[in-house]
Write a protein that binds this ligand. Structure first.
Ligand code: PXG
Length: 288
C-alpha cells in the first residue's frame, strides 16, 4: 500500500509519524473519511470544505490548497489502483515538544490512506440494526463544537464500547440536554408521519456529508424533511429510523433500547432513500 505523507508517496512500511506529533500526543488535528465508488470520489469538494472549516476552527493553517489536496487524494487512489474503498485524510498539528502549545509545532503533518472498506454485513441492510442508547453523552458545543471533525474521538469511543457491551453495533448518544445528538460514527434520522427528521448540529450532530446527501435526495423525491429536536421517545415511536455515514451509507434501524420501531422491518422511506443513495454514488463524484 502506498501512503501520501507530507508531500511524498511512500510504502506503508515507511509511513511513520513522530512520537512528538501532537496529533498523537493530544489528538490535536482534524480528518476526513471519504469514499470512492467505481473510480469516482464521492463529494470530494464537500469533504475538503469541511476539512478546511475544521482546521479553521482549531486555528490550524491548511498546509495545502483545496486543489492540491484534491490532487493528492486522487493520486493516492491511483497509486493504489483503488476504485472502490475508503480514504482517510488526516492533518495533525505536527511535531512539537511535550507541552500543549500548538504554536511551538513546526508544521502540520499530512497523510492520506486509501484502503479497502469493511462494511456492515449485508443482512443488516436487509433486516435493520438493533441499537441502544448509551450513557456517554455527545460532547457539548461549549466544550468542543461537534461540527469539528477532530482527532478527539474518545467520547465516541467510550460510547462504542458501551454499545458493544450491550451487544449492539451502533449506539445513540444524547446531548447534555438529553436530546438525541447522533450515533458514535453516524448521523440519525427518523421517519414520522411521512416526514424525515434529524437532529441539528446545535443538538450535537456532525454535519455529515451523507446527511447532506439525504437532504438532497429528500428534496429531489419530494419527501418532507427538516431538522428537529428528538427525544428517545421520538425514535421509539417513529415509523422508521435509519443511520447515515460515509462507512455505513444508509442503514435501517429496527430496534432501539429493546423497543421495536414501526413494523420492526426496514420501512419504505428508508428503502427509497437507500436506493437513491446507491444510485447517486455511482453517477456523482470526482473521477480519479
Ligand atoms: N457523526 C460522527 C460522529 C462521525 O464521526 C458521521 C456522523 C457521518 O458523517 P459523514 O460525513 O461520514 O456522512 C461521522 C463520520 C469509520 C469512521 O472508520 C467513520 C466516521 C468517523 C470516524 C471513523 O467508519 N464517520
Amino acid at each position: 500500500m502506498i501512503i501520501y505523507l507530507d508531500g511524498k508517496y511512500v510504502d506503508s512500511a515507511d509511513a511513520k509519524v513522530s512520537v512528538f506529533d501532537h496529533g498523537l500526543l493530544y489528538g490535536d488535528g482534524v480528518f476526513e473519511g471519504i469514499r470512492i465508488y467505481a473510480g469516482n470520489i464521492f463529494r470530494l469538494d464537500e469533504h475538503l470544505e469541511r476539512l478546511e472549516m475544521s482546521a479553521r476552527a482549531i486555528m490550524l493553517d491548511m498546509p495545502l490548497t483545496r486543489a492540491e489536496f484534491a490532487e493528492a487524494v486522487c493520486e493516492t487512489c491511483r497509486r493504489n489502483d483503488l476504485n472502490d474503498g475508503y480514504i482517510r485524510l488526516v492533518i495533525t498539528r505536527g511535531i512539537g515538544d511535550l507541552g500543549l502549545a500548538p504554536w511551538l509545532c513546526d508544521k502540520p503533518t499530512v497523510f492520506i490512506i486509501a484502503s479497502k472498506i469493511s462494511l456492515y454485513p449485508e443482512e443488516h441492510y436487509r433486516d435493520g440494526l438493533s441499537i441502544v442508547t448509551v450513557p456517554t453523552r455527545r460532547i457539548s458545543p461549549d466544550a468542543l463544537p461537534p461540527t469539528i471533525k477532530s482527532l478527539n474521538y474518545l467520547n465516541n469511543i467510550l460510547a462504542k464500547i458501551e454499545a458493544r457491551q450491550a451487544g449492539a453495533l451502533e449506539a445513540i448518544m444524547l446531548n447534555a440536554q438529553g436530546y438525541v445528538a447522533e450515533c458514535t460514527a453516524d448521523n440519525i434520522f427518523v421517519v414520522s408521519k411521512g416526514e424525515i427528521l434529524t437532529p441539528s448540529s446545535s443538538a450535537g450532530a456532525l454535519k455529515g456529508i451523507t446527511r447532506g446527501t439525504i437532504f438532497d435526495i429528500a428534496k429531489e423525491q419530494n419527501i418532507p424533511m427538516r431538522e428537529a429536536d428528538l427525544m428517545r421517545y421520538d425514535v421509539w415511536c417513529a415509523d422508521e429510523c435509519f443511520l447515515t455515514g460515509t462507512g455505513a451509507e444508509v442503514i435501517p434501524v429496527v430496534k432501539l433500547d429493546g423497543r421495536v420501531i414501526g413494523t420492526g422491518k426496514p420501512g419504505p422511506v428508508t428503502a427509497k432513500v437507500l436506493e437513491h443513495f446507491r444510485r447517486k454514488v455511482l453517477v456523482e463524484g470526482t473521477r480519479i
